[in-house]
Design a protein around this ligand. Structure first.
Ligand SMILES: Cc1cc2nc3c(=O)[nH]c(=O)nc-3n(C[C@H](O)[C@H](O)[C@H](O)COP(=O)(O)O)c2cc1C
Length: 375
């Protein structure tokens, strides 16, 4: 029998993965308050999803108080947060799994009620996102026009990413994923719908990519390239994003990242919109294919995969591994279910963000449900 492409080993930086089913980063807004501290419930959740030789990527984690954009998203900049994350990495390592921490700064996707001192959110330029956000009391509010960052502040943002990466390592993590995707700060710098700067960080593609690359280089200097991944969401319009020449932008970014010998590059396919459960957009560009033509290291693709399409993508070498989001919420033992071809449980959207163990740690594994295991 031909080996299952999802269950062949893969070297990802310093790690030897035993399978290619990766847990995608997912914000769940369940850190302990006050302090945005990861706690025992979070350790239980990640521990449930760990598998031998499998890689999990955490929810996006604040690199600083200013990086914060949603109630109860965790941070990694205080001793209590680092201690909380240690319990998470221990729970994953106890099952011989691996875990990277996704580190982010939300930029303009925040609200003054969530910012230190009630300050305005910051961004490359004072461009307000369309639509509403949720404030610190959980109420819908119109987005505010962010304050454009001074060039002199950007070094501090790079240092915050580097400090967060060191803290993740101190908390026992196997590496970090720099969040350059989904319309948050680094993505806001990349695209010219949000970046209207006229200094070294705006205008040309080289200038717009500068902050991302400075962050990546800083984190690599701290941890080593084999402990660093990067996530991008080319062509994705989530969080009111746009660019006038995506093809050239993504080509340049892929080319530059390729020089850095990262553990991996992770791309979100623009065909999938995780804010709804609508069918995939068949006309969207194929992000993995575009990056595969330039990026020669391990490439992870995410967005709307099921077992068969994941298998086909790996078998055809369109991606080296597949990250699953929603299916991992409702199937803690997703790799095992895919290995034996078991039915997948559907997710409950109402419990994605915030709340307690319900919709978080109470999805059953097959073994818990007493169903038959084995191929
Ligand atoms: C509840 C939820 C929270 C998410 N939070 C993040 C996040 O913190 N960082 C990120 O890069 N992507 C985030 N995503 C996007 C997922 O990582 C993934 O790209 C998306 O869900 C598409 O994959 P899927 O079709 O397998 O769900 C989130 C998705 C969901 C459903």
């Amino acid at each position: 029998m031909r080996p299952d492409p999802l269950f062949t080993p893969l070297k990802v930086g310093a790690l030897e993965l035993k399978h290619r089913i990766i847990m995608a980063p997912m914000t769940r807004m369940r850190s302990a308050q006050p302090g945005d501290n990861p706690h025992a419930l979070n350790a239980e959740y990640y521990g449930q999803r760990a598998s031998e030789g499998g890689l999990l990527i955490t929810e996006a984690t604040d690199i600083s108080p200013q990086a914060h954009g949603y109630w109860a998203t965790p941070g990694v900049y205080t001793p209590a947060q680092i201690a909380g994350w240690r319990a998470v990495s221990d729970a994953v390592h106890a099952k011989d799994g691996f875990i990277f921490m996704q580190i982010w700064h939300v930029g303009r996707i925040s609200h003054s009620s969530l910012q230190p001192g009630g300050a305005l959110p910051v961004a490359p330029s004072a461009v307000r996102p369309a639509g509403n956000h949720t404030n610190a009391s959980g109420q819908p509010v119109a987005f505010e026009t962010p304050r454009a960052l001074e060039q002199a502040e950007l070094g501090g943002i790079v240092s915050d990413f580097v400090a967060a990466a060191r803290n993740a390592q101190e908390a026992g993590f196997d590496g970090v994923e720099v969040h350059g995707a989904n319309g948050y700060l680094l993505d806001q710098f990349l695209r010219n719908g949000t970046n209207k700067r006229t200094d070294r960080y705006g205008g040309s593609i080289e200038n717009r990519a500068r902050l991302l690359l400075e962050v990546v280089d800083g984190v690599i200097a701290a941890l080593g390239a084999q402990r660093v991944g990067v996530r991008l969401s080319p062509w994705n319009r989530f969080n009111d994003m746009s660019d006038s020449d995506g093809a050239a932008l993504w080509d340049y970014v892929a080319f530059e990242l390729n020089k850095r010998e990262l553990a991996y590059l992770h791309v979100v396919e623009p065909r999938a919109d995780f804010t709804t459960d609508l069918p995939l957009d068949a006309d969207a560009p194929d992000a993995a294919a575009q990056f595969k033509s330039v990026f020669t290291g391990p490439l992870i693709s995410a967005g709307g995969y099921v077992a068969d399409s994941a298998r086909a993508a790996v078998a055809d070498a369109r991606a080296d591994a597949i990250a699953f989001g929603r299916p991992f919420i409702s199937n803690p033992d997703l790799p095992e279910r895919m290995r034996i071809g078991a039915t997948l449980a559907w997710h409950e959207r109402a419990t994605f963000y915030g709340g307690d163990h319900r919709g978080y740690t109470d999805y059953a594994a097959l073994a818990d449900a007493g169903e038959a295991r084995g191929a």
